[in-house]
Design a protein around this ligand. Structure first.
Ligand SMILES: NC(=O)c1ccc[n+]([C@@H]2O[C@H](COP(=O)([O-])OP(=O)(O)OC[C@H]3O[C@@H](n4cnc5c(N)ncnc54)[C@H](OP(=O)(O)O)[C@@H]3O)[C@@H](O)[C@H]2O)c1
Length: 234
C-alpha cells in the first residue's frame, strides 16, 4: 500500500461452516449460529469506530449495522465514542436496493463508497437522505487504499470492522489491508460450489497467499471462536 495513505486497523468478523462456507447457495440470510456468536458480533461491533459491509450483505442480511444493546452504547459514550459506529457500504455499481435497513435506522452517518459506474440519478437520490455521504472513488471498483485513507483521515476511524461478505473481504485481503480475522467455526455443512466462503474474488497465486497466526481459540458448545492475526508477506 502507498505509505502516504493512512489506514485504520481493519478486522473482519465472519461465521463459517465446517466446509468453509459463509452462506448457503441461495445466499439468503438464515439463522445458523448460536446466541453466543450473535452476542460476540455485537460486542465486536461495539469496539469499532466504523462497520462496513458489501452491497450484497447490506441487501440480503437486513443488517442495521448498529448497537442494539444500550449498555454497550453507554460504554462507548464513556470511552468518548458515539453510541453507534459509522456505517459503511461498498458498491462499485451502486446497484443495491434503496430500502436497506441501514437507511431506516438513522443512528449514525452512512458512508457509501462507489465507483464511476454508479448511476448518477441514484447517487443524487441517496445523497438527499439525512446523514448519507457518498464517495465516488474508482473507475469500476472502489479504490480500497483510498477508501481506508478517507475513513482514517476525514472520519477519524481507528478501528474498522468488516462484516462481509466474501467479495468485500477479498477486496480487503487483495489490498493487504486486513489486520485480524475473527471467525466463528460452526458445526454445519452447507456444501455448494457457488456458496460464498470467507473470501471469494480472483484468489491469490501460490506465491502470494497470506498466512495467519492464531491469537485465540475458545470453545463454546460445538462452536469455536477463533481470532487470527493476518501476517503481511515479507
Ligand atoms: N457468515 C457470515 O458471517 C456472513 C457475513 C456477511 C455476509 N454473509 C453472506 O454473504 C453473502 C454475501 O456475500 P457476497 O460475497 O455475495 O457479497 P458482499 O461482499 O456482501 O457484497 C459484494 C458487493 O460489494 C461490492 N464490492 C466489494 N468489493 C468492492 C470493491 N473493491 N469495489 C467496488 N465494489 C465492491 C460489489 O458491489 P456492486 O455489485 O454493487 O458493485 C460487490 O458485488 C450473503 O449470502 C450473506 O448472507 C455471511
Amino acid at each position: 500500500m502507498n505509505a502516504k495513505l493512512k489506514r485504520p486497523f481493519v478486522f473482519l468478523n465472519m461465521a463459517m461452516t465446517l466446509d468453509g462456507k459463509t452462506s448457503t447457495v441461495e445466499r439468503r440470510p438464515t439463522d445458523w449460529t448460536s446466541k453466543s456468536d450473535k452476542r460476540r458480533m455485537v460486542a465486536l461491533r461495539a469496539t469499532a469506530d466504523a462497520v462496513m459491509v458489501g452491497a450484497r450483505t447490506a441487501e440480503t442480511d437486513r443488517t442495521s449495522l448498529s448497537i442494539p444493546d444500550e449498555r454497550l452504547q453507554r460504554a462507548r459514550v464513556r470511552r468518548g465514542q458515539p453510541p453507534h459506529p459509522l456505517r459503511v457500504i461498498v458498491s462499485g455499481s451502486g446497484s443495491f436496493r434503496e430500502n436497506i435497513r441501514a437507511f431506516e435506522r438513522r443512528v449514525s452517518p452512512v458512508l457509501i463508497f462507489t465507483s464511476r459506474r454508479a448511476p448518477r440519478a441514484k447517487l443524487d437520490r441517496l445523497a438527499r437522505l439525512p446523514d448519507v455521504h457518498i464517495y465516488i472513488i474508482g473507475k469500476r471498483a472502489v479504490d480500497v487504499p483510498l477508501m481506508l485513507d478517507i475513513l482514517a483521515r476525514d472520519w477519524k476511524v481507528k478501528r474498522l470492522l468488516c462484516e462481509g461478505g466474501a467479495s468485500l473481504n477479498w477486496s480487503l485481503f487483495a489490498a493487504r489491508a486486513v489486520n485480524e480475522a475473527f471467525v466463528t467455526l460452526c458445526p454445519r455443512i452447507f456444501g455448494g460450489a457457488s456458496a460464498p466462503t470467507l473470501a471469494d474474488g480472483a484468489g491469490f497465486p501460490r506465491d502470494a497467499i497470506l498466512n495467519a497466526k492464531l491469537l485465540r481459540c475458545e470453545r463454546k458448545g460445538d462452536e469455536l471462536f477463533l481470532r487470527y492475526r493476518i501476517l503481511t508477506p515479507a
